[in-house]
Design a protein around this ligand. Structure first.
Ligand code: PHE
Length: 462
């Protein structure tokens, strides 16, 4: 019988270590770093949060990142294909589960990308006026308007359509000419732009009060299991592990590639960016509190949509040089979001191609086009805020944890691939992994994640 793989053209490969590292970093550094980490850390013990955060990074984040890398690199396929080669039907099912998570995330991630790029433009003339919350939900998202009238075309439709066209265009161009090139341009730009923003924020009056609020440790928080869950959740989302992304990206690496070395660079690079974002965001919030004559504790809207599209615009309006600061902030959010979105969608595109033998272009235009239409309808006829919260709760909080537990159990226990994967990683990499990695991935991580999963489910049922 003909080899079904014969129909699939030779896999593309990154041109080298730098292309891969920047692309993996581009995936990891996203909205989670900028709008999620600072507020989560602040609310979960401030400086003391760094302890569970580092523990989560070392005991689960990096080990599972290595697991993703090992699977992608050894079994060289999109998620369902790689996991099928590793673990048969069960593995393939798990792979499609990860693909499904990516499909859901892509729908709302694109909307946030569209909002960020609109706000980049709005920064230059501070278009949001004085009532930034009213501007966002009212004027921009038009929550109150009726979608069923003929003259209803929400402003978000145009940036949303552009966001889809740009993202799908990059994906259609391929791994090297599209994904790698975009990341090689955008990630250095993002880092430089964001550094300028943070340095400027530190010079503002009140900045130091912000940093104090952010770093002052509340050690009592460490006794709260929810703080530990928040740390593991943040690490997972932020590193983009157990979504299939790192499996997909590492399947495009050359045979002899320093996998764990690159992994350490990506993991620590991502956490550094996260810490930098915490410093920048809280220095800025410190300035805002100073202007209002209140304490940081009295401010509201310190994470997510509230932070980015309501609080930050208000701060930008009051700041000397606000327009540029706003442009840097929303420009960063846009680049960070775009490079993550590319990786999420590549998981889906690669899986469909491996399964059905489609060309890249057809997969991108066909399936990507369908997703774009769904996203345009969802975010064009509703504000999208409910959709965003719902998808975030199901896929990011339950979905990835379930997927990570499933993956560690299937790979390490059901199919017992731990030793083989450890040997594989060590054979190609400078940083060797051995029994400690296997213990973290097969015992510690599933225990902690299993506990998290149960806690989340109980929480959901209440
Ligand atoms: N890691 C990205 C972030 O921090 C988010 C992301 C999630 C990227 C899922 C890809 C997949 O925002």
């Amino acid at each position: 019988a003909a080899d079904p793989r014969a129909a699939v053209p030779q896999r593309e490969q990154w041109t080298g270590q730098v292309g891969f590292i920047l692309s993996a970093l581009g995936s990891a550094v996203g909205l989670g770093n900028i709008w999620r980490f600072p507020g989560v850390a602040y609310e979960s013990g401030g400086g003391a949060f760094l302890i569970p955060y580092v523990v989560a990074l070392i005991t689960a984040g990096i080990p599972i990142l290595f697991l993703d890398y090992a699977i992608g690199h050894r079994f060289r396929g999109s998620v369902p294909l790689a996991l099928k080669r590793l673990g048969g039907k069960l593995g393939e099912g798990l792979g499609w589960f990860q693909v499904a998570i990516c499909v859901f995330i892509s729908i709302y991630y694109t909307a946030v990308l569209a909002w960020s790029s609109s706000y980049f433009v709005f920064s230059f003339d501070l278009r949001w006026g004085d009532d930034t919350a009213g501007f966002f939900t009212g004027d921009y998202l038009q929550t109150a308007a009726s979608p069923f009238t003929l003259d209803f075309v929400p402003a978000v439709m145009i940036p949303l359509a552009i966001a889809w066209i740009v993202t799908l265009g990059i994906l259609a161009a391929g791994v090297v000419k599209g994904i790698q090139r975009a990341n090689i341009i955008f990630i250095p730009l993002l880092i430089v732009g964001f550094l300028i923003l943070v340095v400027y924020a530190l010079t503002l009056p009140g900045a130091m009060d912000g940093l104090n609020a952010f770093f002052t440790p509340d050690f009592a928080a460490l006794a709260d299991p929810n703080v530990w869950i928040a740390a593991y959740g943040q690490i997972f989302f932020s590193l983009s592990v157990a979504f299939g992304i790192m499996i997909t990206y590492s399947s495009y690496r050359r045979r002899r590639s320093n996998m764990t070395g690159a992994g350490l660079v990506v993991a620590f690079g991502n956490s550094s960016f996260e810490l930098l974002a915490g410093i920048g965001v809280f220095a800025t919030l410190g300035f805002f509190a100073f202007q209002q004559g209140v304490g940081i504790a009295e401010l509201e809207g310190l994470t997510g949509v509230g932070l980015s599209f309501m609080t930050f615009p208000a701060i930008v309006s009051q700041m000397p040089g606000g327009a540029w600061f706003g442009a840097l902030f929303f420009g960063s959010l846009t680049l960070a979001g775009l490079t993550s979105l590319i990786s999420i969608l590549e998981v889906v595109i690669a899986s469909l191609r491996d399964k059905f033998g489609w060309t890249r272009r057809n997969a991108v235009l066909g399936f990507g086009g369908i997703l774009a239409v769904i996203s345009l309808v969802l975010f064009g006829t509703t504000s999208g805020l409910t959709a965003l919260d719902t998808i975030d709760a199901w896929s990011n909080q339950l979905g990835i944890v379930a997927s990570a537990v499933g993956m560690t159990i299937v790979v390490m226990w059901v199919r017992r691939k731990g030793p083989e994967l450890a040997r594989h990683l060590s054979a190609v990499s400078t940083f060797k992994v051995g029994i400690l990695w296997q213990i973290f991935t097969s015992v510690l991580a599933p225990l902690v994640l299993g506990y998290m999963l149960i806690a989340k489910i109980v929480d959901f049922l209440q």
